[in-house]
Structures are given as C-alpha cells and as structure tokens.
Design a protein around this ligand. Structure first.
Ligand code: SF4
Length: 345
C-alpha cells in the first residue's frame, strides 16, 4: 500500500510551510497549490514552472489521488453519466444534465449511503465511506470539462443529489464547496449550488449558524410522519416536527427559500390528505415544491402516481400560493435519473 500522503489534503498554508521546512520559499507552495486546484494537475511532472529537483522531492513525499472517469454513458436526451473510480477502486456516479439554459452537475458525496430510503437504488449499496473534498471537487471538474466539450459552455449549476446524504459528510462537502466557489478553484457562485438533504435537523441548524451561501433542498416526499417513516425510516428519529423547526431556523438565519423535492407514488402519498399535509408544511417557512417524476427501480411498491394525482397536487399548491414545478426525469435510459444511481454500468 502506498504510504505517501495525498498532497491535496494539505491547505495552502500547510503547503507553504512544507516548502519553508524543506529550505525553499513559501511562494513555491502557492505555485503548487495553483497547479493542484486551478489547473487540476494529475501529476507533478506537468508542473513546468517548478524545478525538476523539486518535482522529484514532491513525488517522493506525496501522491495526487485524482479520480478517473471509468465509463461515460450518454442518454438519448443528452444527459451524461460518469462512473467515477476513486483511488481505492471504489466507484461513485455523477451526472451532467443539460437544458437549453443551463448545464447542471449532480454529484455524489458518499460511496453508497448512510440512510435507507426505501425507494432509492443507492440505499441498496452498503455505505463504504465518505468522499474526500478533492473527490467531490474532481467530479465537478470532470463534468465542467464535459459541459465545455459537448455543450460548448461551462457548467452553470451543481446539485448534491447523487449518491449519499451530503449532511452525513458535512465537513468534506463544505470544504469541496469552498474550493468550488473560491477564485483559486472554479470560482463558481454559491447561489448556483444546491445541497439536497433528506433532512438532518442538527446539520441544517449548523449550516444556518455558519451562514452558508448555497441553497438548500429537502427530499420531503411526505409531510405525514407515519407515511414518511414508512418510506424514509430515519424519519422515526428525525421527525417532521424537528425538521420543521430546523427549517424555520434556517430561514430566519439565511433568508434563503427552501425547495422541497417530492415524488408522488401511487397508493403511498397520492391522496388529498397527503396534499393538505404538504400545503401546511410549506407554510412554516418560505418554500417551493419540485414534484419529481419517479423512475421505478424494480416492480415493487414504488410506482409513479397517475397524472391526475400530480395535477391535483399542482392545483392545490398553486391555489395556496405555493410555487410548484413538475420536473420530468432525465437520463432514464442510462439509469442516471433521480433515485437510480447504483453503480449498475
Ligand atoms: S435518497 Fe438520498 S439519502 Fe435516501 S438512501 Fe438515497 S442517496 Fe441516501
């Protein structure tokens, strides 16, 4: 096993200190940092403004654990799915979703997932480990490159909605976002980044306290505890009342409207009672609802509800002054749609 340290785990300051300790100038640390992050260097060899001797010294002490896109699949609707190999040979998936006006990266935050939502293909994989900040960052860089190559424009948006629960890997997700938004990284606006959580109240409060600038989405799927617990078992611990309080706290601190992601399943949450509960929940803090088309992962109990149920949701929410969008799924033919990421390729 390689005992060398991943150089990208070092902060800029640590890199500067490393060079000073080794009899060089602190400035050398800035140069290497720029290669690692802004230029996404995969080897020390390409760092051409650094002497061969210094590059050899770096090679002897460190590795650069870059991800590798093992397989790229393209959907008939333009969606691209990457199977990403990590340095320890584990695989995660990330997706590029193009529309007329934007290209969005959907990235993973864990290998597998800590939670066990019954409708989700990722939940069937064991949670192996959290992704490091650089592994999250690299997924974004890979998708940005694909966006430029295939759609002639840079990546415009990022959603943390791939494999894993981002708030169960909070520190690394935040470090990755810092890098993505920093001028020394990709320089993207935090307003174009959405962290989508299944709802971990303690961590939502923490984010609010830290006054993060990105957007928050919550996979709600039901505003009735009994129903939500049956499809998202962790709701027994993190109840809707706790979630509601955390979201109110979030809004009070950030003034940032919350998006509720919501799938309507036949026989599960497609009645008037379900809709009324959602309407009440939406009134606790300024919010909007995305009704997402579901992609069955097998022929079990989770099947997309009839159009009439979706229409009833839309009209009731609108009547109550709540903004609602119906999102058609993308990339179904390559298992890249919401809830389908399960390393099948
Ligand atoms: S829906 Fe999200 S939080 Fe739930 S199991 Fe799937 S990846 Fe994890």
């Amino acid at each position: 096993m390689d005992k060398k340290k991943d150089i990208r785990a070092l902060t800029k300051e640590q890199l500067r200190e490393f060079f000073v300790k080794n009899g060089d100038k602190a400035f050398r640390g800035n140069q290497v940092y720029e290669w690692l992050w802004q230029k996404s260097a995969h080897s020390f060899e390409v760092m051409t403004n650094i002497s061969k001797e210094t590059r050899d010294m770096l090679e002897a002490n460190f590795v650069i654990n870059h991800i590798k896109v093992d397989q790229m699949q393209r959907s008939s609707d333009g969606t691209i799915k990457n199977a990403v190999r990590l340095h320890d040979d584990l695989i995660v998936e990330s997706v590029l979703i193009p529309t007329k006006t934007r290209t969005t990266a959907c990235v993973s935050s864990q290998v597998g997932c800590s939670l066990d939502c019954k409708f989700c293909a990722t939940a069937r994989l064991k949670r192996m480990r959290n992704l490091n900040p650089d592994e999250i960052y690299d997924q974004v860089v890979a998708i940005d490159n694909e966006s430029r190559l295939y759609f002639d424009k840079p990546l415009s948006n990022i959603v943390f909605m791939g494999m894993g629960e981002p708030l169960m890997n909070y520190n690394n997700v935040l470090k990755a976002i810092q890098k993505i938004t920093s001028p020394e990284g990709l320089g993207m606006s935090p307003k174009r980044i959405t962290v989508s959580t299944s709802g971990v109240p303690k961590m939502i409060r923490k984010m609010a306290d830290e006054e993060v600038k990105f957007k928050l989405a919550v996979s709600l799927h039901s505003a009735i505890d009994k129903v939500r617990t049956s499809i998202m078992p962790f709701n027994a611990t993190f109840t809707l009342a706790d979630l509601r309080e955390a979201l109110q706290y979030w809004y009070a601190k950030t003034s940032s409207r919350i998006t509720y992601e919501y799938v309507v399943w036949e026989g599960i949450n497609d009645t008037k009672k379900d809709i009324d509960a959602l309407v009440s929940f939406c009134k606790f803090a300024p919010s909007k609802v995305n009704l997402i088309e579901y992609n069955p992962i097998d022929d079990g109990i989770f099947q997309q509800a009839e159009n009439s149920a979706i229409e009833m949701y839309v009209s009731t929410l609108e009547k109550n002054g709540i903004v609602v969008t119906v999102r058609r799924s993308r990339g179904k033919d390559i298992d890249a749609a919401c809830g389908q990421l399960a390393n099948k390729s």
